[in-house]
Design a protein around this ligand. Structure first.
Ligand code: BG6
Ligand code: MG
Length: 214
């Protein structure tokens, strides 16, 4: 199977690099402090979901109601812990497979961009040595609606100056696959609950499988 595209938009967390364990540890520290049960299975539900929406999922198991101001303080507390953990990331956290595939796609003339719900996108890209790599970045600081809304991918395509129909999106979250389809883009599923979710156009066998289908 081949797709005729001009640009590839990548989700960040779970596609370019793996921050799941840091999100987990930071949410777990907050949940433990508040006495709320939290485990890796609940953490899986946070994939692709915005920070505040993630907090609401964690608070489903809380025994008391919190005010909006308290919730904002909790989200900030989690983010401070998370950013401390992200300081452990380095270019070693970028696999050879991802680096080589990105370089080959660029050599073939594709525009490459990021479409991530994370407000920490630029910090993470800097940590793994991709701070200046992408042709455009749209992230959690650019949008008001999180995936499955297509806003972040449409913004990324707009920043590239490429028609959404000419863009392929690589995602590890079902919400991201739905966002890509809602934006009129080709949705490529890699790992996570994206793969086999039924709404994707293609299941990638690996990151480098992109070189076989584009
Ligand atoms: C997504 C992650 O990329 O970003 C989610 O998959 C996370 O788990 C979301 O909640 C928001 O991240 P941040 O860095 O803005 O808190
Ligand atoms: Mg993801």
């Amino acid at each position: 199977m081949k797709f005729q595209k001009k640009a590839v938009i990548f989700d960040l967390d779970g596609v370019i690099c793996f921050t799941d364990k840091f999100h987990y540890l930071a949410w777990k520290a907050l949940a433990d402090r508040l006495g709320i049960y939290f485990d890796e299975k609940i953490n899986d539900r946070l994939r692709g979901v915005s920070r505040m929406a993630s907090l609401e999922i964690i608070l489903e198991r809380a025994t008391k109601e919190y005010t909006q101001a308290e919730k904002e303080a909790f989200a900030e507390e989690k983010n401070n812990t998370y950013r401390e953990l992200l300081k452990n990331m380095s270019p070693k956290d970028l696999t050879d497979e991802v680096r080589d595939t990105l370089n080959e796609l660029r050599a073939r003339g594709y525009k490459l961009s990021i479409g991530s719900s994370s407000k920490n996108t630029k910090f993470i890209l800097g940590q793994i040595g991709l701070g200046d790599f992408f042709d455009a970045i749209a992230d959690g600081t650019d949008i008001t609606h999180s995936k499955p809304d297509p806003e972040v991918f449409l913004k990324s395509a707009e920043k590239l100056g490429i028609d959404p129909a000419d863009c392929a999106v690589v995602e590890d979250a079902k919400a991201g696959i739905q966002a890509a389809k809602a934006g009129g883009m080709t949705a490529l599923a890699l790992f996570g609950d994206a793969k086999g979710c039924g709404e994707e156009d293609y299941d990638l066998k690996s990151f480098s499988d992109l070189l076989n289908i584009l």
